[in-house]
Design a protein around this ligand. Structure first.
Ligand code: GDP
Ligand code: IMO
Ligand code: MG
Length: 404
């Protein structure tokens, strides 16, 4: 069984959750390795929708361990609410959940700090999810944060909280609340690197599920309009606790057009009327915050850059069905002047593809696709230089064409 990393190749919301859910039957575990509940990963099974923020997208598969790795920052209340929600639906997640003791905690004031800073920044705001990601990661690298291992040990929790800056909060109340949350998390807390090594010794498949997307990466994205973690495939190793030699394949998820939530450069962003039509057709509203997503045309230079940053072995192209009924589909094939240091200065050179009008949701093979849709997929594959292994033609687990 292979070890596979799944990452977003654009600015997030590419459809990672759907692909991870569809691939989960062939692995023993799905591991989140960075980010936190800024993510919103949507799974649709038989028309029923589940949105996961912290739980790995293997959650609906009875055999699958769901592992939250050391590189994730965990809001314990959000995690427990998600566990309770799935349990109420009859999903036996409590038996399959594992959490790294070294994962950092999003503390009660982190979301407030995040929101206050964004409000103060006014027009220069990043457009964060207000979930406290940046304050939590700041405390981690400043070596003053709390970890899950602290939360589950009452004595360590009390000692650590004494040192934490918790302006405006009642220390005793915070201690009591965190101790309560920690007590519930305790049965799931393990040494994740050791668990992963054991699965590998047994020859089990493991899937590492990225959150956000390549151009939200804190080092490689459109900084400062990025998230506070590394989102590229290499981060799976550090964020889960496996060596680079453990990774067999990297699958990049790319939307057949591009979306972005929040501020920052977006070279192929399209005109408001076209954006509105595609937003409606694709349901492009944030799975976490409900914000309307910005919409743009497929960007080949972005994907070529993503291929080199992630070492992509294959691409899953999502939401091809959403482009149905557009008579013309522009694609940025290159940037005039090449890849700029700042994407705000990218000058896309477009080629216009012919559209198709047929509903694609029943297509299950390449031959089922209209000629123009096949030509679109082939041209993207050729221009990016990475095989397109899957094509998404609808939100459901089964709405996929396997081109391998
Ligand atoms: P993620 O964050 O990458 O997991 O993506 P999100 O769940 O935030 O957003 C992707 C949205 O597109 C969700 O509503 C999915 O149900 C939906 N989706 C995923 N793949 C496809 C597809 O191939 N076609 C259509 N129509 N919807 C899709
Ligand atoms: P998934 O995993 C899309 C964006 C925010 C903002 C920036 C920083 O569902 O693809 P943060 O709260 O992380 O400090 O916000 O990153 N962002 C996402 N955009 N999908 C996501 O996750 C995102 N997570 C964060 O909109 O621009
Ligand atoms: Mg999402």
């Amino acid at each position: 069984m292979p070890t596979v990393v799944v990452v977003g190749t654009q600015w997030g919301d590419e459809g990672k959750g759907k692909v991870v859910d569809a691939l989960a039957p062939s692995v023993a575990a799905v591991v989140r390795f960075q980010g936190g509940n800024n993510a919103g990963h949507t799974l649709v099974v038989g028309g029923r929708k589940t949105v996961l923020h912290l739980l790995p997208s293997g959650a609906l598969h009875d055999h699958c361990l769901c592992i939250i790795g050391p590189g994730v920052v965990v809001d314990p209340a959000v995690l427990l609410a998600e566990v309770d929600q799935l349990s109420a639906l009859g999903v036996d997640i409590e038996r399959r959940l594992r959490i790294a003791s070294s994962a950092h905690v999003i503390l009660p004031w982190h979301p407030h700090v995040d929101r206050q800073r964004e409000v103060a920044a006014g027009a220069h705001a990043i457009g964060t999810t207000h979930r406290g990601l940046s304050p939590a990661y700041e405390d981690k690298v400043a070596r003053r944060g709390l970890r899950i291992g602290d939360l589950i040990s009452p004595s360590r929790l009390a000692a650590k909280l004494t040192m934490a800056p918790i302006d405006g909060y009642d220390r005793a109340e915070v201690l009591e609340r965190l101790a309560e949350l920690g007590a519930r998390l305790r049965p799931w807390v393990v040494d994740v690197p050791e668990l992963l090594a054991e699965l590998r010794r047994k020859g089990e498949g493991i899937l590492f599920e990225g959150a956000q997307g390549t151009f939200l990466d804190v080092d490689h994205g459109t900084w400062p309009y990025v998230t506070s973690s590394n989102t590229v495939a290499g981060a799976a190793c550090a964020g889960a606790g496996v060596g680079p030699t453990a990774i067999d394949q990297v699958i990049g998820i790319a939307k057949a057009y591009v979306t972005r939530v929040g501020g920052g450069p977006f070279p192929t962003e399209c005109a408001p009327d076209v954006a509105e039509a595609l937003r409606a057709a694709g349901g492009e509203f944030g799975a976490t915050t409900g914000r309307p997503r910005r919409i743009g045309w497929f960007d080949v230079p972005l994907l070529r850059r993503s291929a080199l940053l992630n070492g992509l072995s294959a691409i899953a192209l999502s939401k091809l069905d959403v482009l149905s009924t557009r008579s013309e589909i522009p694609v940025a094939m290159s940037y005039d002047g090449g890849w700029p240091e700042d994407l705000a200065f990218a000058r896309p050179v477009y080629r216009t593809f012919g559209g198709w009008t047929r509903d694609l949701s029943a297509c299950r093979t390449r031959a089922d696709l209209p000629h123009a849709a096949r030509a679109y997929v082939d041209a993207l594959q050729e221009a990016i230089g990475v095989p397109i292994a899957f094509v998404g033609v609808g939100p459901d687990r089964d709405h996929t064409i396997d081109l391998r």
